[in-house]
Ligand binder design. Structure first.
Ligand SMILES: Nc1nc2c(ncn2[C@@H]2O[C@H](COP(=O)(O)OP(=O)(O)OP(=O)(O)O)[C@@H](O)[C@H]2O)c(=O)[nH]1
Ligand SMILES: [Mg+2]
Length: 695
């Protein structure tokens, strides 16, 4: 298949009216939504600047976000800026909502990584930078909250470089002023290419000022570093530096543009998003250097999907279910123009909406590059492309991270069960990093996600948006039991009630089998002492009993042999042999030294190398048996610790893992084996099971 035709895409130079998409990402509470607010204000899209703290921002207007003062899903807002259209995708920073960040990164032309000015916290950027670098997304680092920065910018830069495999290029140096208490405050910046100095204002564009003499030595040092980095990719610039020729500014701008677009360098800008400081500088950098949709489509090798003669191709990156609008598929148009009422690949395009925070503006057409919400295209979900050839999976769309936190969920009102299942389907479609599963063996509905907060937000949505009140509990462990000794048992079932009686008599031999063997039934009846047609009923009776053994758990790894029996020509029936089998087992099993089996999982915990010893201690503290550790493939400076751990210790383990890894650690599991469990823990489990079964 051919690549998406680049000529069908408008633009290619700033001011041509093209649509470009920016992902605003970065760690939890680094100031992305506040920065978005300032961008909207600075570009004239809103007349008053709200704040996330006061609950008045355009972003975070969803009830779940406002309640917690944090982002819980993508905020989308488009603006007009100097003749171009820009859509900003402001994503939640919490690692528990990371999948939304990855979805936005999949479709953006550029990423702005917003971080706090604290060198000790750069570790929090690692998972995000890894995703951005793996996908070769051109990105800018915006060091935010510069007003409250205590560390020096050069230390911040060094820390950032330690988590970035791309070369960082500082574009600005701060102008600082000493405060009476001996500390300093940042009052402006020098732009290292134009060599102009600016003073921040509490609101609005910064003032151009004369370069303060005291900042000059730092400025020339930083500028030299910038030029040296650029010269690594440009021989002309390298020669000029060697010959001590001052390079033309146009050459520097061109190098910055090209090497940024090729994902070779990462510009670092400074600012304070909540007060518009550095915001216009950021917008200008975006305007000049952000690749256009056609270049992004090329970077991703997006296939044409029937994009001939201007046929539109769109990619869905997020689904929203709204009470009034129904299903909305948030899409990026990669080529062609989409018009309301048209048919695309066999699907009717109905109402089209442009999101602005919670507001949805109706539009009649969506052009290439644009972000649009398509109403009621039921078949279209995140990670799919829709074009002339219909719906196809989008090849490089990020896969949702594996679940690391599990809860059992139940509707408070039994009549709500159908409603609950419908609501869960919608919530999971909105957020593929959330899954649910009905687990028959423990009779639980499990909801699995990325952490406590993630699941709490899901529970809030169930109550708030779908009106289903639910209660949650820790998940139960699927224990098993087995036997350590064998036994022989004779059992007779006999009833005489008026006419037809019931009669069955059997003799069985029980013996333990090795782990993993399951249940085996052996028939050794000779001479028809138990007629052929009743033997399956005996097996059925055994299996029925084994669903819950003497310790209250399903019984595994044993063999039962039917060795002898008797029957009665009139009174015997399948039913009576089934009963006899049950009686034999209930009498024999307590004598077979039953023992509890607990599931043991192979666990691989990943985190930055400096946290490895703490992760090992955490595992040992949770009855884990360490198997070893190694470097994490593809992750610079990260380790993976592997261990065998009881399932019971894993349900809430992520909370502790995050607390010793600055929030970035994670783990995956796979079932390994069942292991005998004795002693006090076993007694406690048996007692709890009895209580639960009695309830
Ligand atoms: N001092 C200072 N505080 C800021 C700045 N930008 C944001 N904040 C504060 O930082 C906090 C978090 O801001 P948000 O904009 O909600 O952060 P966010 O990155 O969107 O947060 P999540 O989406 O939850 O990850 C708020 O209390 C803001 O007022 C800034 O430039 N300087
Ligand atoms: Mg936010």
């Amino acid at each position: 298949m051919a690549n998406i035709k680049t000529e069908t895409i408008t633009g290619g130079r700033p001011g041509s009216g093209a649509h470009r998409v920016v992902a605003l990402c970065g760690p939890y509470l680094s100031g992305k939504t506040s920065l978005l607010e300032s961008i909207l204000y600075a570009t004239g899209a809103i007349g008053r600047r709200g704040s996330t703290r006061a609950g008045t921002s355009i972003g975070d207007a969803a009830a779940e976000s406002r309640k917690r003062g944090m982002g819980t899903e993508i905020n989308v807002a488009s603006v007009d800026y100097l003749g171009d259209q820009w859509t900003f995708l402001d994503v939640p920073g919490s690692i528990e909502f990371q999948h939304d960040a990855f979805a936005a990164l999949a479709v953006c032309d550029v990423a702005v990584v917003v971080c706090e000015p604290s060198p000790e916290r750069v570790v929090a950027l690692a998972p995000l930078l890894k995703c951005i670098e793996d996908r070769h997304i051109p990105h800018i680092v915006f060091v935010n909250k510069i007003d409250s920065a205590e560390a020096r910018v050069r230390d911040m830069l060094a820390a950032l470089q330690s988590v970035s495999t791309r070369k960082l290029v500082l574009r600005q140096v701060p102008i600082r002023r000493p405060l009476p208490d001996g500390s300093e405050e940042t009052v402006g910046y020098v732009d290292l290419v134009s060599e102009r100095a600016y003073r921040y204002k509490s609101s609005g564009a910064s003032d151009l000022i004369e370069m303060p003499a005291e900042v000059l030595p730092r400025e020339s040092e930083a500028r030299r570093e910038l030029l040296e980095t650029l010269s690594e990719f440009d021989d002309t610039l390298l020669e000029q530096l060697i010959e001590d020729v001052a390079p033309e500014k146009s050459l520097i701008y061109r190098d910055l543009h090209d090497e940024f677009g090729a994902d070779q360098i990462v510009p670092v800008l400074l600012g304070a998003g909540d007060r518009e400081n550095g915001v216009r500088r950021l917008l200008k950098a975006l305007r000049h250097d952000t690749p256009f949709a056609a270049e992004t489509a090329k970077r991703r090798s997006l296939v044409a999907n029937g994009a001939a003669n201007g046929t539109a191709v769109v990619e869905c990156f997020k689904v929203l279910h709204q009470s009034h609008a129904g299903k909305l598929s948030l899409c990026r148009v990669w080529s062609g123009t989409l018009t309301e009422g048209q048919s695309l690949g066999g699907h009717r395009i109905g109402t089209m909406l442009r999101p602005f925070g919670q507001r949805l503006d109706k539009i009649a057409e969506a052009r290439s590059g644009e972000i649009v919400a398509l109403a009621k295209v039921e078949a279209l979900s995140a990670g799919q492309m829709l074009g002339g050839s219909g719906i196809l999976p989008s090849a490089d769309f990020p896969i949702a991270p594996p679940a690391v936190f599990v809860l059992a969920l139940a509707a408070k009102n039994r009549n709500d069960e159908v409603k609950l299942s419908g609501a869960l389907h919608k919530i999971v479609e909105e957020d593929p990093s959330l899954t649910f599963e009905a687990r028959g063996e423990t009779h639980e509905l499990l909801i699995k996600g990325q952490g406590e907060m993630h699941l709490k937000v899901a529970v809030d949505k169930l109550g708030g948006r779908y009106n289903v009140a639910v209660e949650t509990a820790g998940p139960r462990v699927a224990y098993r039991e087995t036997i350590l000794a064998g036994a022989q048992q004779h059992a007779r079932y006999k009833r005489q009630t008026g006419g037809h009686g019931q009669f069955a008599d059997i003799k069985v031999e029980i013996r333990p089998l090795p782990r993993g063997a399951g249940f085996r039934f052996v028939d050794k009846i000779v001479g028809g002492v138990v007629p052929r047609n009743f033997i399956p009923a005996v097996e059925e009776g055994l299996i029925d009993y084994l669903k819950e053994g003497p310790l209250g758990q399903p019984v595994v790894d044993l063999e039962v042999t039917l060795v002898d029996g008797q029957y009665h020509a009139v009174d015997s029936s399948e039913m009576s042999f089934k009963m006899a089998a049950r009686i034999a087992m209930s009498e024999a099993m307590p004598k077979c030294r039953p023992v509890l089996l607990e599931p043991i999982l192979k666990v691989t915990v990943a985190g930055p190398s400096e946290s490895t010893p703490r992760l090992q201690r955490l595992i040992s503290g949770r009855r884990g048996q360490l198997l070893g550790y190694d470097t994490r493939p593809g992750w610079n400076g990260w380790d993976e610790v592997s261990a065998l751990m009881p399932e019971a210790e894993i349900a809430d383990m992520i909370v502790e893992i995050r607390s010793v890894t600055q929030g970035v650690g994670t783990f995956r599991t796979e079932f390994d084996h069942l292991q005998e469990l004795a002693g006090r823990t076993a007694e406690r489990i048996v007692e709890e099971t009895r209580k639960h079964q009695a309830a």
